[in-house]
Ligand binder design. Structure first.
Ligand code: FO1
Length: 308
């Protein structure tokens, strides 16, 4: 079965990992690049790297991002020089940014650069950036307009969020690699990522919504909100600050008209009826992926549900 997964950061990467364990190279992961930014003259792509390290089996299991066992000698020296040390780049992680920046400068697309790096890490799935053009998620907060990593990491997502926008999205185009993947897809999985700053940027790339609508296969979303709290990152806080209840039902409402089915965690079972009334079928299961086995189990259940 050919599966397309739309994913952002840590939560999305875990389900993508589970899906790779089920369908291997028949998985294509379309990844958000709105978190990308320049630091020390290097192009940093946190969501691409989180998906790549996770599917390559080298991700730091505690944080979900960066490389397991990485050292920070370079960062210590940057700190000593008074350079920017708020974004913790490990020594092994640095190699990714150095080579990606070098490939981009020598004319490779972000998609080609990503495939070269992922292949070297033994990743079987295709990791496809949502576009090759630079897009930057800007969050408008009570502390002014902030680039996403400045908001998320440097200020630990404490500023109050008012709105957000995707700078450069009007020049972003669906890549030939993504179009090809959709042509042979049997299912599209919306991974449990932040609907606002991980999934929405992907859907806003020109041509992506049409591609999703035109692809007549089942579209299934897994809720990133469980029990009214986001498992990782600022999703719950962002919901509240954007005036939305942090609930699985709200996520289903956001995806209404795009997806056919919704995967709900057992703790939110009482919302199943309201979500069905939105016109989508609901699958209730354990959606919290604490280890590789649970990632694979959830991915298997979803792939089996597709065939029903
Ligand atoms: N997240 C943090 O909270 N603190 C960090 O210092 C940090 C460094 C970092 C380095 C490389 C990388 O690929 C990701 C990193 N992240 C860090 C995670 C990243 O900011 C988030 O996972 C995504 O942007 C959320 O989708």
């Amino acid at each position: 079965m050919n599966v397309i997964a739309l994913a952002g950061g840590v939560g999305g990467a875990k389900l993508a990992d589970g899906l790779q364990r089920i369908v291997g190279e028949n998985l294509a992961v379309v990844v958000n690049t709105g978190d990308d930014f320049e630091l020390h003259g290097l192009r940093i792509a946190p969501d691409l790297d989180t998906v790549m390290y996770t599917l390559g089996g080298v991700a730091n299991p505690e944080t979900g991002w960066g490389i397991a066992g990485d050292t920070f000698n370079n960062l210590d020296m940057i700190s000593r020089y008074g350079g920017e040390d708020w974004f913790r780049l490990g020594d092994r992680d640095l190699a990714t940014h150095l080579l990606r920046t070098q490939m981009l400068r020598s004319g490779y697309t972000l998609t080609q650069a990503t495939q070269n790096l992922a292949r070297a890490l033994g990743v079987r799935a295709s990791i496809l950036p949502m576009c090759n053009e630079p897009v930057m998620t800007i969050v408008i907060t009570n502390a002014g307009e902030l680039a996403f990593q400045e908001y998320f990491v440097h200020r630990r997502w404490q500023p109050v969020l008012k709105a957000y926008r995707f700078h450069g999205i009007d020049k972003a185009r669906v890549t030939p690699e993504i179009t090809a993947a959709f042509q042979s897809a049997h299912a599209i999985i919306f991974c449990p990522s932040n609907p606002f700053v991980s999934i929405e940027p992907i859907l806003n790339v020109r041509g992506m919504r049409d591609l999703v609508q035109k692809t007549r296969v089942l579209k299934i979303a897994v809720s990133p909100i469980v029990g009214g709290e986001a498992l990782k990152g600022p999703a719950g806080k962002m919901f509240a600050e954007l005036g939305r209840a942090p609930s699985a039902y709200e996520v289903a409402k956001i995806y209404r008209g795009v997806i056919d089915r919704f995967v709900l965690d057992r703790v939110d079972e009482e919302q199943a009826r309201a979500i069905k009334d939105l016109g989508m079928r609901v699958w209730i299961t354990d959606t919290i992926m604490r280890d590789e086995l649970e990632r694979e189990r959830l991915a298997r259940e979803i792939c089996e549900w597709v065939t029903k």
